[in-house]
Design a protein around this ligand. Structure first.
Ligand code: CA
Length: 226
């Protein structure tokens, strides 16, 4: 079955371009030029991926992101945000709204399609029941996609989870930023290196007393200590 991509964007040229490329990429596309029409659609539908423009004429893209995450039916939907300025990315990341990826305009439609495929891969259901235990009572459940610290759930964004999962897959190994970006976005990565640092900073903040297990090796990368 085709995956459904909801596209919320008020610039007709971008909508047209993305509709063509996403359809060619094998996706079903539902386009909305206003936040309100999209939120109406959301009452009865759950897309697989949401591509969301930050600047919309009626409702702020950040507000829509918040509402999507707040709804039970759509809390897990992968969200890719479109921003006009790269400076906005840090701001959005700082708000921790749980978007999975960010693309700055102008972007190549091919790249965006690749990003859509990447977030879908990351959201794909997992087969084996597996948990990884890290010192200090930190447990990653790879099936339920949850992280707990002494049985208390820690809410991570999908990207933060993915980074922690990667580091935990080989405890003690050093992963370069490049490697982490590769794992997150695959061949089509175009994200700036410091995006990884920002995600890791948030991840550490959330891990609280267990944050010491994520070590930064200056100029080299990151590793998870046993
Ligand atoms: Ca716009």
């Amino acid at each position: 079955m085709k995956k459904t991509i909801a596209l919320v964007e008020d610039e007709p040229d971008i909508v047209e371009l993305l509709e063509i490329h996403l359809s060619r990429g094998g996706f079903q596309v539902k386009s909305f030029t206003s936040g309100k029409s999209f939120l109406d659609y959301l009452k009865k539908n759950t897309p697989d991926v949401l591509i969301l423009d930050l600047m919309l004429p009626d409702i702020d893209g950040l507000e829509i992101c918040k509402q999507v995450r707040a709804l039970n039916s759509t809390a897990e939907v992968a969200i890719i945000m479109l921003t006009a300025k790269s400076e906005e990315v840090d701001k959005i990341l700082g708000l921790e709204l749980g978007a999975d990826d960010y693309v700055t305009k102008p972007f190549s439609p091919k790249e965006l399609v690749a990003r859509v495929k990447a977030v879908l891969r990351r959201h794909a259901p997992r087969q084996a029941t597996r948990t990884i235990e890290i010192k200090g009572g930190l447990v990653i459940d790879l099936e339920k996609y949850t992280v707990t610290l002494k049985n208390e759930r820690i809410d991570l964004t999908p990207t933060e989870f993915k980074i922690l999962e990667l580091l935990a897959s080989k405890k003690g190994w050093v992963f370069s930023r490049e490697k982490i970006l590769d794992y997150l976005w695959g061949d089509e990565k175009a994200v700036i290196d410091r995006t990884v640092d920002v995600h890791i900073r948030h991840l550490r903040e959330k891990l609280g007393p267990a944050s010491g297990c994520v070590k930064n090796l200056r100029g080299v990368g990151y590793r998870l200590e046993e």
